[in-house]
Design a protein around this ligand. Structure first.
Ligand code: NDP
Length: 484
């Protein structure tokens, strides 16, 4: 923060109720030696507010940084979607973005090996569209039932309160669908050089709906225009000790110095019916759609060009939710996405309160009309004296069938379907291993060995079997590194 910015015209200090304060240095006491007087409500207001400064941190993605900017359309994709954000080339939409590590707490180091969150809120004419992705195109699990257990394995042990390589590898070795994401995590891209030299991916499959009511499945890719750059493990370890906020500072400084970071936004598009026959389940979050089958189509450019003026108000309170889609963009059957539609809004209601959408950073730029009322921290007038039920005879807001989505064909028996691990689960992790230059393969194996060697031998052996299924050289490399 530039100290010159802080030197503004002097104003009189007041209490929260607006009463001018005469002395902000000395408590009210009975005599110069004390004790304090209970009527010093200015002191108690200060103490009480201070005690309540922290809100619950996010359980995941607690440490983050972000900024404001614009999304500009560079290519016409209106044959796939009627979303107004894409309606014409040159159209600009304002955005807020937040990047984060996943497992660490709010004060943890930025340069750790971890997935990075990549969340963007587009303030569109039809309300907010949130793209709540990661810097990886896939995720560890594909069924939300496993998500909480997975995160526990990444967090702290119940007894020691330490993070544990054993917990992580135990979970991964018993959940082979994680292998694709594990391979990305331990590759060079597991420690990006700050937040601006990494890609962002929706990871999930979403849907587009065009003005003829045709549905397409879509994946979003945000490719860094700064170029992919990563830290080596040793560099990252050193920076974690000397400047744990390295990525936060780097992002702030770049924007402050007008080196505005940019990402080229692309989509992969699959016509609705192709999902039935495609060799990969397009709704399986542990899989990508290979580019040769579904090439990237350019859509626009995202640029960050304004820093937050108050971190807490603009970034800590920013609430992104996959539930926030707009006409022309919608969901898919992806089970993880379906769970996140509920879980993110639920997390915000817990963390920020039921009225979190009316906080300035979350408030849509369009008018909001709703029959929801009241709740903690309702600070926007609460719709005044307007009618608060529907149907009504007093001109309250009404539904508009124009925004109805085409029906989605669903079939099948309701059941808890297992997740048989099939050979196909090892093809994409193997493809990733095989596309890495040999030096990167070597570093991948070194990174894995450094961590896996701390786990018990039976877990090491289970992992070697999985790596070998992806690529025999991958498995043998890890086995050799572990001395097995
Ligand atoms: P392609 O050769 O067309 O694409 C390879 C992709 O791999 C590129 O997008 C490249 O990103 C990315 N990549 C390179 N190194 C790494 C790394 N260390 N970690 C993560 N991604 C990396 O092949 P396919 O589309 O057939 O995909 C092959 C494999 O590439 C997949 O199994 C998957 O693991 C990975 N991948 C695929 C993506 C997709 O959407 N198809 C997206 C990202 C990764 P860049 O162009 O930025 O260098």
């Amino acid at each position: 923060m530039k100290s010159e910015n802080k030197r503004k015209k002097e104003k009189t200090l007041t209490t929260h109720a607006g009463r001018p304060i005469a002395d902000n240095q000395n408590s009210l006491t009975a005599g110069p030696r004390g004790p304090l007087l209970a009527q010093d409500f200015q002191l108690f207001e200060k103490l009480a507010h201070f005690n309540r400064e922290r809100i619950p941190e996010r359980i995941v993605h607690a440490k983050g940084a972000g900024g404001f900017g614009t999304f500009t359309v560079t290519n016409d994709i209106t044959k796939y979607t009627k979303a107004k954000v894409f309606s014409e080339i040159g159209k600009k939409t304002s955005i807020v973005a937040r990047f984060s590590t996943v497992a660490g707490e709010k004060g943890s180091a930025d340069t750790v090996r971890d997935v990075r969150g990549f969340a963007v809120k587009f303030y569109t004419e039809d309300g907010n569209w949130d793209m709540v992705g990661n810097n990886t195109p896939v995720f560890f699990v594909r069924d939300p039932f496993k998500f909480m257990d997975f995160i526990h394995s990444q967090k702290r042990e119940p007894d020691t309160n330490l993070r544990s390589d054993t917990m992580q590898w135990d979970f991964w070795s018993l959940s082979p669908e994680t292998l694709h994401q594990v391979t990305i995590l331990f590759s060079d891209r597991g420690i990006p050089y700050g937040f601006t030299h990494m890609n962002g991916y929706s990871s999930h499959t979403y849907s587009f709906i065009n003005d003829k009511d045709e549905r397409f499945w879509v994946k979003f890719h945000f490719k860094t225009m700064q170029g992919i750059k990563n830290f080596k493990q040793a560099e990252a370890d050193e920076i974690a000790g000397t400047n744990p906020d390295w990525a936060t500072q780097d992002l702030f400084n770049r924007i402050e110095e007008a080196e505005f970071p940019k990402w080229k936004v692309h989509v992969q598009i699959m016509p609705e019916m192709e999902a039935e026959e495609y060799e990969w389940n397009p709704f399986d979050l542990t899989k990508v759609w290979p580019h040769k089958d579904y090439p990237l189509i350019e859509v626009g450019i995202m640029e960050l060009n304004k820093n937050p003026s108050n971190y807490f108000a603009d970034i800590e309170q920013a609430a992104f939710a996959p539930a926030n889609v707009v006409p022309g963009i919608s969901f898919s059957p992806d089970k993880m996405l379906q769970a996140r539609i509920f879980a993110y809004t639920d997390a915000h209601r817990y963390r920020l309160g039921v009225n979190y959408e009316i906080l300035p950073v979350n408030r849509p730029k369009v008018e909001v009309h709703s029959y929801n009322r009241d709740g903690f921290m309702r600070h926007d007038g609460n719709y005044g004296n307007t009618v608060n039920y529907e149907p009504n005879s007093f001109g309250g807001p009404k539904e508009n069938p124009e925004f109805k989505e085409p029906p989605l064909k669903i079939s099948g028996d309701a059941d808890r379907y297992g997740q048989p691990i099939v050979d196909a689960d090892f093809i994409q992790p193997g493809n990733l291993y095989r596309l890495m230059p040999s030096e990167e393969q070597k570093r991948l194996i070194e990174n894995i060995v450094r961590s896996l060697k701390k786990a018990p031998i039976e877990i090491q052996k289970r992992m070697i079997t999985l790596f070998s299924k992806a690529d025999i050289n991958y498995g043998q490399g890890v086995a050799k590194g572990l001395g097995l």
